[in-house]
Write a protein that binds this ligand. Structure first.
Ligand code: UDX
Length: 435
């Protein structure tokens, strides 16, 4: 098939590369000409394991990029993969979705090909961006119909086909999904997109538009709930001198629960969980329901960085003038992404209290510099630890598991571990956040 991908972030570029690998002709459309040039040079716009190889293999053959929407109408499917960040008070920001809907509508209007309403000539829009329930039907369809002067379900189709990709593992997750979800306006749209996923060998759910939108939010909200549950239990265990990891390991052996997403610590960050849970809370309250559990999931998560700083203050007596090393800035290991990283509220509290922050992350120094330009960044853990009064570990990088003698360069060897990655040693004053 001929496929357009709108938006070349981690979802768009991974979807593009993996569909090209499946043998489809893929055209990335991005209004950012620089991103278009990078894609056409075979350079993925983001770092994802396995992505560069796929770009190198398919660029100029099955995969290319353009900066305008003209060719879209001649494709079979266009995937919308633009961002849906948080607006004020957690509401979803649909500006990129609305802009893409306008551009798609305009492109469909211009197409001069006589389009029949038969499935082989039936352009289908597939929404991969995470949008709150009722967005596809009530926001996107009216805009596309207005700008195309065409009718959804007759002249073009629309489905919601959410992604379940983890940053850093997105190529793996695309090719090994637990399930495919297709919410369809009409059966014909669903058939066209379902063809793409033949042979994936996992359950394929065919449903309606808003159910598919809700499946995505409920999935992310539940994963975030598991993490906050582990942290609530962890905070109780901490007061009892119990290692939460011993508890949650045994809890996770219950096949109804599963061991994943039960790692207690500094909490969840990233471009998805915080914004998606907030957007679902906002949507619920717009509908007149107060989602008490989801609000608590966010409260627990926002409390973890505060607990780390309070633990540090108890150990040091005060923070003004203290030199604090922060090991780990990315929101999780194996990425350079600092969006909603739990290190951000920690650094903010430390600097507000007059501490001097010395940071190190194997990949995220540069990205965090744009958030906090006035703290010191180092190129190794040892350099960041030099003469430090204390150290906070905020990201579960594998290399931190190997730290040993490096702590000897600290002035005070106080180490508060927010991710259970440091091996306690006799010569350091080690404190675990929930263990
Ligand atoms: C998540 C979902 O996993 C993915 O399915 C969805 O499509 C996008 O959002 P991602 O945000 O890339 O993926 O990261 P993930 O690996 O899920 O981790 C999210 C955050 O939770 C990280 O900050 C991580 O450190 C934290 N986390 C994860 C925990 O604190 N404990 C855990 O047990 C697991």
């Amino acid at each position: 098939m001929n496929i357009c991908i709108i938006g070349t972030g981690y979802v768009g570029s991974v979807t593009a590369a993996c569909l090209a690998e499946l043998g489809h002709g893929v055209l990335c459309i991005d209004v950012d000409a620089e991103k278009v040039d990078r894609v056409n040079a075979g350079i993925p716009p983001i770092h994802e394991a396995g992505l560069e190889e796929l770009f190198q293999k398919h660029i100029g053959k099955r995969l290319r990029a353009v900066a305008d929407y003209t060719p879209l109408a001649d494709s079979d499917i266009s995937f919308i993969c633009v961002g849906t960040p948080s607006a004020k008070d957690g509401e979803i920001d649909l500006s990129a979705i609305k802009a893409a809907s306008r551009d798609i509508g305009t492109s469909l209007r211009k197409e001069d090909r006589q389009r029949h309403s038969s499935s082989e000539n039936y352009h289908v829009i597939a929404v991969k961006s995470t949008v709150v329930p009722e967005t596809a039907r009530n926001v996107m369809v009216p805009i596309i119909e207005k700008y195309s002067q065409k009718k959804a379900g007759r002249d073009f189709g629309i489905v919601v086909n959410p992604e379940f990709l983890r940053e850093g593992r997105a190529v793996h997750d695309f090719t090994n999904p637990d399930r495919i979800v297709i919410g369809e306006l009409d059966k014909r749209s669903g058939e066209v997109v379902a063809q793409l996923y033949e042979g994936f060998g996992c359950p394929l759910i065919r449903t309606d538009l808003k159910t598919a939108e809700m499946i995505k939010y409920a999935s992310n909200a539940f994963l975030a709930t598991k993490i906050s549950f582990a942290n609530d239990i962890g905070n109780i265990c901490k007061e009892l001198g119990i290692d939460t990891y011993d508890v949650m390991h045994a809890v996770g052996l219950d096949r109804r629960i599963s061991p994943s997403f039960l790692r207690a610590g500094a909490g969840f960050g990233g471009s998805c969980f915080p914004k998606d849970v907030q957007a679902l809370i906002h949507k619920a309250e717009e509908l007149g329901y107060r989602p008490k559990l989801l609000r608590s999931v966010m409260d627990v998560n926002e409390g973890q960085p505060k607990r780390i700083v309070r633990m540090l203050e108890r150990k040091l007596g005060g923070l003004a003038g203290m030199k604090i090393a922060i090991l780990g800035l990315a929101f999780k290991n194996d990425t350079d992404d600092v969006r909603e990283s739990r290190a951000i509220p920690v650094i903010k509290m430390l600097t507000d209290k007059g501490a001097k922050v010395f940071a190190y992350d194997p990949a995220a120094n540069e990205n965090m510099h744009s958030v906090f330009p006035n703290i010191r960044y180092h190129s190794s853990a040892k350099d960041a630890l030099k003469d430090a009064d204390a150290c906070l570990v905020m990201t579960e990088w594998d290399e931190f598991k190997k730290l040993d003698g490096e702590f000897k360069v600290m002035k005070n060897r106080i180490v508060i571990d927010g991710r259970k990655v440091i091996t306690p040693r006799k010569d350091i004053d080690y404190e675990g956040l929930c263990w």
